[in-house]
Design a binder for this molecule. Structure first.
Ligand SMILES: [Zn+2]
Length: 125
């Protein structure tokens, strides 16, 4: 099974991919599914999910949320993640029955404070 678990559509500032184009590309590359993880929104994921008529191709509704500790990917969610606090984000994902992952744990270049350290601590926001 081949999945891309970190994709963005035009609902993210970093992408201009229309939902239908992302879906077409994923199928062209013979993926079995994709997770759409737009920044701070599930709108792109819902749009791709609605467009997908292939029951053998999975579209995972997700979102990517930045925190001072790093970016969190949420999978299998059905509502927008409202918090920007890392522990509360994880709670929201869990409450929705979703899964959480770290988006790019080794990226140190974005921001001096943009790294994960354990145990996770609540940020001040
Ligand atoms: Zn991303």
């Amino acid at each position: 099974m081949k999945y891309d678990l970190h994709t963005h559509t035009m609902y993210s500032r970093c992408s201009n991919l229309k939902p239908e184009v992302l879906l077409k590309l994923a199928k062209k590359f013979n993926l079995n599914g994709i997770a759409i993880t737009d920044h701070y929104t599930i709108k792109g994921a819902l749009a791709v999910s609605k467009l997908n008529k292939d029951k053998d191709f999975e579209v995972i509704v997700g979102s990517e949320i930045d925190t001072p500790q790093g970016s969190i990917l949420a999978y299998y969610i059905n509502k927008e993640i409202k918090s920007r606090n890392i522990l509360e984000i994880l709670d929201e994902i869990r409450t929705q029955g979703g899964l959480a992952a770290i988006a790019h744990p080794f990226r140190l270049s974005l921001h001096k404070r943009h790294f994960f350290s354990y145990p996770l601590k609540k940020n001040k926001k």
